[in-house]
Design a protein around this ligand. Structure first.
Ligand SMILES: *Cc1c(COP(=O)(O)O)cnc(C)c1O
Length: 496
């Protein structure tokens, strides 16, 4: 299996090269040159495996330059006792025919762990395979969860250094505490005066700047990415959709071959793109439902075919979805436009120039046949948390609540009764203030940790130890910088 760039179809690199480089030099994203298939028999077989083996089975189809031993080295280390549940991705029954795919039982309590616990193994294995003699510098832009998950994944990993940028007022208090208290000798964290898009644009600009790259190379360093622009982030996310389907079959909830809907609370479009790949590998899927908060650029795009980022940016109670430029949409559009790199380059240069583009009628049609989209605001998010808490005794986080609400609206408007998997992307404890507001119906004056205790009382869920421990940890990283100073800051941290 080789990988092309969305902006250069004739480029062909191995998965080890795609993962090490993170992004293609032409600014495009790496995509596998074909989507490998899974037969129903294989899906059935996967249901009887443990999670690490399910992952290895899927990876063998994408990372064909990795040996079996290399793949198992990665999966056995990544999906083990570092998760608080043996199943790794837990499938909870919410109500009849609706299942919550809980992806937050990892060390940082968000679904990003599913990929970022394995990415360091992928990356160091890839670097070895291509005889890379440079130290890898991971630059991360985060809307809250990726940063912490990447820091935790890469801390003290030999041959790597990691630097994370987050929007200074764009993350939850708990997310900020998690990052500022990060341990490890090769880690750095810095707040940016700006929003997530500023962080992401800044990182991308540094990443693709030839001068900076040369300075790094002269110092025995190279950049890579832990954001979902890296294929090594995407492919682990395909696994849990395959895993969920196989498990529903194994448990007799559905028959092998029955279709399911998948609902994903979406920001950068990575998670839902992974669901799209799972579908096109052979997982029977009816609709992929894209749920947004009030930053609803994707809802409009899926409904109209016009992507327009020229709109107000809102800070919401589901901050990991506060994004106006969804990077991974480029990968989807590349596939829908029949891998035509010229078309993609056209749209994305319009996006860079005018903040806007419109896809062709043909692509619009394909989009609408596979996806549905909806959004809700903070008030509806909190009302949904309250409603499912009251009805089912289930406590969910704000991002997941957005997905539940959008799914309820979808069901009302379509009458579709297909069984449905909702991606549950974070532990409610990560957003305890908003979750408590939802359940109790008003703001609370408690401090962040007392809120956690209160939530434990109400939800009857145990507090993840990683969050409970934060109370006594010292803050190591308190820098706040201007957008314009990012490049200098990065070079300074690298001692250049
Ligand atoms: C990152 C994140 C999302 C959005 O996922 P994308 O892959 O960026 O679309 C949703 N919910 C939570 C909790 C997240 O951390």
């Amino acid at each position: 299996m080789y990988y092309n760039s969305t902006r250069n179809s004739s480029l062909r690199v191995s998965s080890a090269e795609a993962i090490t480089n993170g992004i293609s030099a032409d600014g495009g994203l790496f995509v596998p040159e074909s989507i490998p298939s899974l037969s129903l028999d294989e899906i059935k077989k996967i249901g009887d495996m443990k999670y690490a083996d399910r992952a290895a089975y899927v990876f063998a189809k994408y990372l064909t330059d990795f040996t079996d031993a290399e793949i198992h080295y990665c999966t056995d280390n990544a999906y083990s006792t570092n998760f608080e549940t043996e199943n790794i991705a837990e499938l909870a029954h919410l109500f009849d025919g609706t299942y919550m795919l809980e992806l937050w039982h990892g060390p940082t309590c968000a679904f990003k762990d599913m990929a970022l616990q394995i990415l360091p193994y992928f990356l160091t294995t890839s670097a070895k395979k291509i005889n890379l003699d440079k130290k890898i510098v991971i630059l991360v832009a985060t809307s809250g969860d990726t940063g912490k998950a990447a820091l935790e994944g890469f801390k003290d990993v030999e041959g790597t250094q990691i630097l994370v940028f987050y929007p200074v007022d764009g993350v939850s208090p708990m997310q900020k505490r998690q990052m500022r208290t990060q341990e490890g000798s090769n880690v750095g964290v810095c707040a940016l005066k700006g929003n997530f898009d500023d962080c992401q644009n800044g990182v991308k600009a540094i990443f693709t700047n030839d001068e900076v790259k040369k300075e790094l190379a002269d110092n025995g360093l190279m950049f890579s990415s832990a954001n979902s622009i890296n294929w090594g982030r995407l492919v682990p996310q395909v696994v849990y959709y395959v895993s969920a389907y196989a498990e529903l079959v194994r448990d007799g909830e559905i028959e092998l071959g029955d279709k399911i809907n998948i609902v994903v609370p979406t920001g950068n479009f990575g998670n839902i793109l992974a669901a799209y790949y799972a579908k096109h590998m052979g997982i029977p899927v009816n609709k992929l439902i894209c749920a947004s908060n009030i930053n609803n650029v994707l809802t409009d795009f899926i409904n109209t075919g016009v992507y327009d980022r020229n709109r107000r940016f809102y800070a919401t109670c589901s901050p990991s979805m506060d994004i106006l430029i969804s990077s991974n949409l480029e990968r989807l559009l590349y596939l829908l436009a029949d891998r035509n790199d010229a078309v993609i380059k056209g749209w994305f240069s319009q996006l860079a120039k005018d903040g806007k583009y419109e896809v062709s009628a043909d692509v619009k049609e394909k989009l609408r046949s596979e996806f549905c989209a909806g959004y809700c605001d903070d008030e509806q998010t909190k009302a949904t948390i309250s409603e499912i808490y009251a009805k089912y005794g289930y406590t969910c986080d704000t991002h997941t609540a957005v997905a539940v609400k959008v799914y309820e609206d979808y069901k009302k408007s379509t009458g579709d009764t297909t069984k449905t998997v909702i991606a549950s992307t974070a532990s409610p404890y990560k957003f305890s203030a908003a979750v408590l507001e939802g359940i109790e119906g008003g703001k609370s004056d408690l401090d962040e940790y007392d809120k956690i205790d209160k939530l434990a009382e109400l939800s009857k869920m145990s507090i993840p130890s990683a969050l409970a421990d934060l109370r006594n940890k010292p803050e190591r990283f308190t820098d706040v910088i201007d957008k314009a100073d990012m490049r200098e800051y990065v070079l300074g941290r690298l001692g250049i």
